[in-house]
Design a binder for this molecule. Structure first.
Ligand code: NAD
Ligand code: UDP
Length: 339
């Protein structure tokens, strides 16, 4: 049996493909390479010894997606990573974000229905909680106002999947709400490869530490947190990848729609990260404090108890591993996969 991995050459997808192969599963990747590169397949092969089957196809192209399912009747589950994810870009390109993220998911569900595939794990995000009503955030914490089209697509897709489940009660749908995925594969062969100037903290820090950028801009030090800078729940991408295996195992046994926070349960401020990174790598991270970034919340970290209790999953890698692995990837691949 095979598992279809949409967005499988992307950051989280590629790490999940490696973990799946190492667990003896057979992933099949579909990706349009809009935000990833085919060389990722070489890296997966180097790490695992296996080159997964790959389709370069856009999920918004129903004919192409149908072909993937038609040619692979053994697909029994889907992990749906594919989507556009840049918060700032989604504000300037709302139509592209709504179209891509929603149409791809609708097409995927249509194909799953047509080909009798009933297990779906979806990449959602802690962004659906908006400015969270309580900390730590539980799965039962009310969803908040999103501040950008990207976040709204996650909320809308969660709702769509809940509705899709109603007339298809034998489906198993896991909504995994990721907190802040960081780090890289310990081999240094796979990691995050953002286009242009990174929006997220970790890739920016690693690029500063390796000299590609002069300093980190810290977006505000006047939040109501222990040192005034924003607090987040950073999770190693390999831990996150493994959470998908646990969700998949459960999906094979139970039906329903289930929501899980996938985080460590620990909050780190931006200044905590700078310090941790410098200690873990011995490299300096010069920084300047600048104005707050619009839409940012002060604090966001998970109550990760449900994933531990029900999925039997919990994060294993600590902040030192996150920093060292991110730095190793950046040092070995100063220009990402283009190097
Ligand atoms: P990524 O951009 O590295 O991977 C997404 C992949 O999807 C890319 O390879 C891209 O080419 C592909 N893709 C996009 N639209 C497609 C389409 N229409 N058809 C086929 N392929 C398409 O992103 P990632 O960081 O690996 O994130 C994976 C998922 O997790 C996304 O849905 C993202 O929104 C979600 N997520 C990510 C984070 C994060 O911080 N990285 C946090 C929360 C949720
Ligand atoms: N951040 C920062 N400088 C940067 C990027 C991010 O100070 O160049 C801060 C940001 O304000 C937030 C934290 O780092 O408090 C994490 O930001 P990121 O964009 O990585 O994740 P998100 O805000 O989506 O949780």
């Amino acid at each position: 049996m095979s598992i279809l991995i949409t967005g499988g050459t992307g950051f989280i997808g590629s790490h999940t493909v490696v973990e799946l192969i190492e667990a003896g599963e057979t992933p099949i990747i579909v990706d349009n390479l809009s935000n990833s590169k085919e060389i990722v397949l070489d890296r997966i092969q180097t790490i695992t010894g296996i080159r997964p089957k790959f389709y370069k196809a856009d999920l918004c192209d129903m004919t192409a997606l149908d072909t993937v399912f038609a040619e692979n009747p053994d697909i029994e589950s889907v992990i749906h990573f594919a989507g556009l994810k840049a918060v700032g870009e989604s504000v300037s390109l709302p139509l592209q974000y709504y179209y891509n993220n929603l149409v791809s998911t609708l097409n995927l569900c249509e194909c799953m229905k047509k080909y009798g595939v009933k297990n779906l794990v979806f990449s959602s995000s802690a962004t659906v909680y908006g400015d969270p009503a309580e900390i730590p955030i539980k799965e039962t914490t009310p969803l908040g106002q999103t501040t950008n089209p990207y976040g709204e697509t996650k909320k809308m897709i969660e709702r769509i999947l809940v509705d899709v489940h109603k007339p298809n009660p034998d489906w198993s749908i896991s909504l995994l709400r990721y907190f802040n995925p960081v780090g890289a594969h310990e081999s240094g062969l796979m990691g995050e490869d953002p286009k242009g100037i990174p929006n997220n903290l970790f890739p920016f820090v690693t690029q500063v530490a390796t000299g590609r950028r002069p300093y980190l801009s810290i977006f505000g030090d006047d939040y109501d947190t222990h040192d005034g800078t924003g607090v987040r729940d950073y999770i190693h991408v390999v831990d996150l990848a493994r959470a998908h295996l646990c969700a998949l195992k459960r999906a094979r046994k139970v039906t329903g729609v289930e929501v899980y926070n996938i985080g460590t349960g620990h909050g780190y401020s931006v200044l905590d990260i700078v310090k941790a990174f410098e200690e873990a790598t011995g490299k300096k991270v010069p920084y300047k404090v600048v104005a707050r970034r619009p839409g940012d919340v002060a604090t966001c970290y998970a109550d990760a108890a449900k994933a531990k209790e029900v999925l039997g999953w919990e994060a294993e890698f600590d902040m030192v591993a996150m920093c060292r692995d991110a730095d190793r990837w950046q040092t070995m691949n100063p220009n990402g996969y283009d190097a």
